[in-house]
Design a protein around this ligand. Structure first.
Ligand code: SF4
Length: 78
């Protein structure tokens, strides 16, 4: 799955939402989140993010590793 990391906070550009073919990117209060069970790993969202906040799960930089869980947890709380 893909993960949206720290750089999205207070940016919420939403270009990724336009690109996602399965509409699995959701808007939270301060950032956007990718639903891990709905993402089909197409990669379309990654290049359109103006702040490069989106990473394939294996490529999330060390300092933002926790964001994979933060994305998943957002949907647990709904
Ligand atoms: Fe949507 Fe594809 Fe990005 Fe997954 S990788 S969030 S399916 S655009």
């Amino acid at each position: 799955t893909y993960t949206i990391a720290q750089s999205c906070v207070d940016v919420l550009d939403k270009a990724c939402i336009e690109e996602c073919p399965v509409d699995c990117i959701y808007e939270g209060e301060r950032m956007l989140y990718i639903h891990p069970d709905e993402c089909v790993d197409c990669g379309a969202c990654e290049p359109v993010c103006p702040v490069e906040a989106i990473y394939y799960e294996d490529d999330v930089p060390e300092q933002w590793k926790e964001y994979t869980k933060i994305n998943a947890d957002f949907f647990e709380d709904l």
